[in-house]
Design a protein around this ligand. Structure first.
Ligand SMILES: NC(=O)c1ccc[n+]([C@@H]2O[C@H](COP(=O)([O-])OP(=O)(O)OC[C@H]3O[C@@H](n4cnc5c(N)ncnc54)[C@H](OP(=O)(O)O)[C@@H]3O)[C@@H](O)[C@H]2O)c1
Length: 240
């Protein structure tokens, strides 16, 4: 049987790196996509290849530039010749108060969080079709409820949630498309302690999640052949 191959976008650091490590641990070959985190991506790739030679590669790409997606697909397919799982994890997150948002910021956030997953799926669809593969879009609970002064980010994730359902419909039955909406998992570097406390006080689990809470759900969705068009909140009960 061919070993499965997964492409994880934004996988050099944080949650994406956790997903890449976990899928590798699960026995898959992994393609670690990154944009600016060269040294983190190379270090992760070496770490995984030390465990199993020739089981990981890196691909560098600014996902806002959809013109280069055919070249990205060539790199992906020249690795092992198959693609079974696409995890759209790469994301841009920063405030956009409506009085100050620029068109470039809109293009940045919507381009990375919504347009890129759509055109990556379009480009890779023939290969995912062949493997009867699956797509997992990493969205956000703030795609369901707005985050103050982050309207562009919230709208981009809401759009990705709708793309998940629409494309599950359009690509069935060969490709399953699902999404995971994390709550508080890893705080951004510049987050204030007061804000963290407020978020955790509104989370039934009383704690932030961990990368493992996400990777467990990723594996579940990969294994669950009868689940498509679903969005699973992994948020410790934040939205109740
Ligand atoms: N962290 C949380 O608690 C949390 C909560 C809710 C939802 N989420 C969602 O979970 C996912 C992972 O979260 P995270 O906090 O680990 O993400 P993150 O650190 O904010 O971003 C992940 C990666 O996205 C890549 N990226 C950003 N813009 C890109 C572009 N234009 N082209 C290519 N790559 C780009 C970056 O790669 P480089 O570093 O290589 O530039 C970055 O390392 C995201 O989709 C996020 O929205 C996270």
């Amino acid at each position: 049987m061919t070993t499965k191959t997964a492409l994880i976008t934004g996988a050099a650091r944080r949650i994406g790196a956790g997903i890449a490590r976990d899928l590798h641990d699960y026995g898959m070959n992994v393609i670690i996509h990154y944009h600016t985190s060269d040294s983190d991506a190379q270090a992760l790739c070496s770490e995984l290849n030390e465990v199993r030679p020739d089981s990981a590669i890196t691909v560098k790409k600014d996902l806002r530039d959809v013109d280069g997606y055919s070249e990205l697909a060539r790199s992906v397919m020249s690795f092992k010749g198959n693609l079974d799982v696409l995890i759209n994890n790469a994301s841009m997150f920063y405030p956009t108060p409506v009085t100050r948002t620029t068109p470039d910021q809109w293009m940045d956030i919507v381009g990375t969080n919504m347009k890129a997953p759509y055109f990556l799926i379009q480009t890779l669809q023939p290969y995912l079709n062949k493997s009867r593969g699956c797509v997992i879009n990493i969205t956000d609970i703030y795609g369901d409820v707005p985050l103050s002064e982050h309207s562009v980010y919230s709208a981009s994730k809401a759009g990705l949630i709708m793309l998940t359902r629409s494309l599950a419909h359009e690509l069935a039955p060969d490709i399953r498309v699902n999404a995971i909406s994390p709550g508080a998992i890893l705080w951004p570097d510049d987050i204030e302690v007061d804000h963290q406390t407020k978020v955790l006080n509104n989370t039934l689990a009383g704690r932030a999640g961990s990368t493992q809470d996400i990777t467990t759900t990723v594996r579940f969705l990969i294994e669950s052949d009868f689940i498509t068009a679903q969005v699973i909140n992994v948020d410790g009960g934040r939205l109740v």
